[in-house]
Ligand binder design. Structure first.
Ligand SMILES: [Zn+2]
Ligand SMILES: [Zn+2]
Length: 218
């Protein structure tokens, strides 16, 4: 079985997976931890209907789909917030400053979600089974290993839940999208917007500093 289908068993039989990756499932969805998390907290919501699971997200996510899955999106978002609250505290120096994150975001779930959680899909998904990403916006992870990983969440390659359904917008071919956003697009720090051009290892070091300037382990 190709790695493109590595998510399939979470769709067909989440009850058989007991390695801690499944955080919730019912008849409609499985919510799992991404096995290659690109941030501190990176979850996937997988619809369990085979018909939906086989569909391309930009084609199948319409108003009805969003209504049906919104509650699961909300609960995954809350999971991300609780994960952060349990594991980290915001450093004192950032408590009262009017920085990008705006004070102690771990005291205010709405603010945290608005500033620090990203929900959406990849315009060219690498995994065959339809999935929605719910990810904290730190990109502080050993699994974040290359430009493609970073840009897939930090450019127009990533389509936000709020921007779905995609009414009338033409995306271009998969190859065009990948060239524009994953290969040619500069690496821009998601905290301070500094441009790292093509220098992934510099960005990676910088992300480490950014993260540690805001958060410390409890
Ligand atoms: Zn994906
Ligand atoms: Zn920065």
């Amino acid at each position: 079985m190709s790695w493109r289908y590595a998510l399939k068993s979470y769709v067909t039989s989440p009850e058989t997976i007991d390695d801690g990756t499944v955080i919730y499932f019912d008849d409609k969805v499985s919510i799992i931890k991404d096995s290659f998390p690109k941030s501190e907290c990176h979850l996937l919501i997988l619809p369990r209907s085979m018909q939906l699971s086989r569909s391309h997200p930009t084609k199948v996510i319409d108003a009805k789909f969003k209504n049906e899955f919104e509650p699961y999106v909300d609960s995954a978002i809350s999971h991300v917030f609780r994960h952060f609250q349990e594991k980290f505290r915001v450093k004192k120096s950032h408590d009262d400053e009017d920085l990008d994150l705006g004070g102690d975001i771990l005291e205010d779930e709405n603010k945290f979600v608005k500033k620090f959680v990203r929900v959406g899909i990849h315009s060219v998904p690498s995994m065959a089974n339809l999935h929605i990403h719910v990810i904290s916006k730190d990109f502080h992870s050993v699994r974040l290993k290359n430009k493609k990983h970073y840009n897939s969440f930090n450019t127009g390659f990533f389509i936000s839940w709020d921007d779905l359904p995609m009414t009338g917008k033409k995306l271009g071919t998969d190859k065009d999208i990948e060239t524009t956003y994953l290969k040619k697009h500069d690496l821009i720090c998601c905290y301070c917007q500094e441009n790292f051009s093509n220098k992934f290892s510099s960005l990676k070091k910088h992300l480490e500093l950014e993260f540690n300037s805001y958060f410390q382990l409890k």
